[in-house]
Design a protein around this ligand. Structure first.
Ligand SMILES: [Zn+2]
Ligand SMILES: [Zn+2]
Length: 95
């Protein structure tokens, strides 16, 4: 997959690829079809449940681990992403 074909402006794609993205860049990335597909793959490989509390209730989120923020577009499902429930995800961003 070519990141430059995802529909985002070139400077945004470059910042995402370099790991120098802003909150706005990430929001744009999360609206791309590429991320939808990545998210679906992460959910499928994570067994459709939260990795922390093992619950499968509500909407599951796919969280970027620190390494994942540096590998936007090329996240490794195991190393860079984590399937979390809403509560665990919120906790992860407020530590
Ligand atoms: Zn959880
Ligand atoms: Zn997150």
């Amino acid at each position: 997959m070519n990141p430059f074909a995802c529909g985002l402006p070139v400077p945004v794609v470059l910042r995402l690829l370099r790991g120098e993205h802003t909150r706005g860049d990430r929001a744009a990335y999360y609206r791309t079809e590429w991320w939808s597909a990545q998210k679906a793959r992460a959910l499928a490989s994570g067994g459709q449940k939260c990795r922390r509390c093992q619950k499968a209730v509500g909407t599951l989120h796919v969280h970027h681990l620190k390494s994942g923020y540096k590998r936007m577009f090329n996240e490794d499902l195991e190393k860079d992403l984590e399937v979390l429930c809403r509560n665990c995800h919120r906790r992860e961003h407020h530590k």
